[in-house]
Design a protein around this ligand. Sequence first.
Ligand code: SF4
Length: 371
Amino acid sequence: MFTPEPVAKADFFVNCPKFKAHPWTTVTFSMKNYIGIQDDRHRLIDHDHRLNEKIADLQYIVQPQFIAIDAITAGEGRMLTPVPFPLNLVIMGDNQLAFDAVCCHLIGVDPMTVDHLRLAHERGFGPVDLASIRIEGDVTFEEARARAKGFKVGLIRVEKYFEGTHITAYAGPPPEGEKTDYCWGGCPGAIEEAIEILRLFDAQTDTKMPRVHVVFGAYEGPIDAAPGEKVIFIGDCAAWEGKLHDQVVQLRSVYKDRATKDPHVAKHDDIFAKMASVLAKLRRHKDDPFIRLEGCPVSVAEQVLFLVFFSGAKNPFLDPVESVAFNKAYLQWRSVTTLRRLQGIPYQRAGAADRGDARPTVEAPSPTDAE
Ligand code: SF4
């Protein structure tokens, strides 16, 4: 596990998350916020069907001495486009697992049903039972719970999520199907986030969308695509055999085993290069009955692009307000990383902590798929 050295070596660590539901991990409180302690190159390794395990593993790097969550206006349903839910609470704590467990109990979720909390509890990071946690404040726990009544979390499988829309989703198991039958941490959740972003930018997104079929994992079963309806296989692990419009299709998984992903040489994909390659691919295959988008995961940004391409919905990347902020962040990040290279601090030094090198290795945040 690689993190910037100041994170790994912090002698007093403060974690300040936002109180939100999450479509991949049910909730995102203090522990899930740890996905942000890695840079993009390392954050995306194992951001797949093992996401909950990864979050639990990250806990070994550092534990915060103080946590304060902003639950003044909480985020319901989703992570990137949450529905505002007024809770009017700031919750503070000093044990990360106990803290997240209290937040779960507040919204009526059993913490043991949230996999990264369950794993952390089994590994001894703290209690989840309210009877073992001291809670005090200027509102009682019951009053706080009353405020959270009706708060919706976002865990929903992609097939169900798209029911009643022009998109039909099919999901088979990810690699290591013996562990889980669904990839909660990767491509299926990313498309849910992507369409929600588009809906915010263009209220006509669903009507503009032609009938398309999206397939995840090793799906076995029919794909109900009429002639002219596009089928999109999303993610390296997508695999399928069958007939599409009288054409025999045999699509094999190109998923690379995680043992082949060496964090020492992990690279960050430039967001503009990624966008250009997705668009080039979509244009190249626009008349083919099916197309595969590769990646593990295929990011929210890439999925936004392909949905825009097929629907003609407004492109958020071209929105005048958003594009100025986006390009500014991109240029800042590029300038900082270039400057650091010129100063002789190579890009690949995020793991210096492991080698006992004392030079700080913090990177500027990149404007890619914020969570
Ligand atoms: S390719 Fe996508 S669906 Fe498959 S394991 Fe990776 S993130 Fe999950």
